[in-house]
Design a protein around this ligand. Structure first.
Ligand code: NAD
Ligand code: LMR
Length: 339
């Protein structure tokens, strides 16, 4: 029997990530080659014409898996019955803006979208926040959608994870598909900690630790980390635009593994609601190593953490605690302001 279509919401769908992401979803890269989809696209009034154009292109591409397209500027219509929500829309940080200014804008955007999702999405809807500051936007969404299970609200650090795999594969001249189990800890920001201590490479002689194969601790402890931390900025410098195709592809990886499961013996990085694992304060959206099975993620437990890693994991947690207090301050102000 043919599968029922899955409804996937993409907010900010007229933007650059949206434009790269919706055809990937329609081709089955997110939910599988046998899963029909209905794509819901939301953007703001100013982008309504452009959104219409994206819808026309989706129709013109005649994707066999794409059963319908909803293109709207109405947040309630956009959220109706969605099973997966990819939150790409948001207010970007502009020159001269403080972190706090972006937070103010995002609190009001995420308040409206959280309420609409809470009231109108499918009850088990899986949410992935891509828009920056991704971890804290996800936390704001969680705060404003209190009846949503916290397990269903995540943020994207899979792009950083994939970047770390890419750097190791370039260094060792091996295929990226043979590298696994890097970990991104913490914030999707320049304080994130890309960790290779448990990563391995598949070789003719079996799986070997990345540390043994690279045999250059200096590179692994310095240049590798800063390259991954700064990769987003390097792409903005080169393209004059932020990453889009890699962000879209990683968003598909994140949802696909969450829904369909991670391969045996492999973990991925996801920004998830901290339960206090690894001494990270509970109640932050923090990137951890996770495995997924039957639509549920679980934090990989028991990894040995050395002093070097501990300091870096704590530093990125500290930044998230600071972002959280800014967001809470804004949330409290918002209770009394008209949104
Ligand atoms: P973009 O400016 O091209 O697109 C953003 C879209 O969001 C625009 O079409 C805009 O009209 C829309 N939008 C703004 N407010 C909205 C609202 N309230 N509701 C619905 N839509 C709204 O930006 P982009 O390059 O597509 O990037 C989107 C976001 O993703 C940015 O915040 C960027 O920093 C972030 N990003 C995150 C990662 C990650 O790995 N987490 C990677 C790359 C980019
Ligand atoms: C990225 O990692 O590519 C983006 O988050 C960069 C950005 O600030 O948009």
């Amino acid at each position: 029997m043919a599968k029922q279509p899955t409804r996937v919401l993409v907010t900010g769908a007229a933007g650059q990530i949206g434009y790269a992401l919706v055809p990937m979803i329609a081709r089955g890269a997110m939910l599988g080659l046998d899963q029909p989809v209905i794509i819901h696209m939301l953007d703001i009034e100013a982008a309504a014409e452009s959104l219409k154009g994206v819808k026309m292109e989706l129709i013109d591409a005649a994707f066999p898996l794409l059963k319908d397209v909803v293109a709207t500027t109405d947040v309630v219509e956009a959220c109706k019955g969605v099973n997966v929500a990819v939150m790409v829309g948001g207010f970007p940080r502009k020159e001269g803006m403080e972190r706090k200014d972006v937070m103010t804008k995002n609190v009001s955007i995420y308040k409206a979208q959280a309420s609409a999702l809470e009231q109108h999405a499918a009850p088990d809807c899986k949410v992935l926040v891509v828009a920056n500051p991704a971890n804290t936007n996800a936390l704001i969404l969680k705060e404003f959608a209190p009846s949503f299970p916290s397990k269903n609200i995540t943020c994207l650090t899979r792009l950083d994870h994939n970047r770390a795999l890419g750097q190791v594969s370039e260094k060792l001249n091996v295929h990226v598909g043979d590298v696994k189990n890097v970990t991104i800890w913490g914030n999707h920001s320049s304080t994130q900690y890309p960790d290779v201590n448990h990563a391995t490479v598949k070789t003719a002689a079996g799986e070997k630790p990345v540390r043994a194969l690279v045999a250059d601790d200096q590179w692994l402890n310095t240049e590798f980390i800063t390259t991954v931390q700064q990769r987003g900025a390097a792409i903005i410098k080169a393209r004059k635009l932020s990453s889009a195709l890699s962000a879209a592809s990683s968003a598909c990886d994140h949802i696909r593994d969450w829904v369909l499961g991670t391969p045996k013996g492999t973990w991925v990085s996801m920004g998830v609601y901290s339960d206090g694992s690894y001494g990270i304060p509970a109640g932050l959206i923090y990137s951890f190593p996770v495995t997924c099975e039957k639509g549920e993620w679980s934090i990989v437990q028991g990894l040995k953490i050395d002093e070097f890693s501990r300091a870096k994991m704590d530093a990125t947690a500290k930044e998230l605690v600071e972002e959280k207090s800014l967001a809470v301050e804004e949330k409290n102000n918002c209770r009394t302001c008209a949104l």
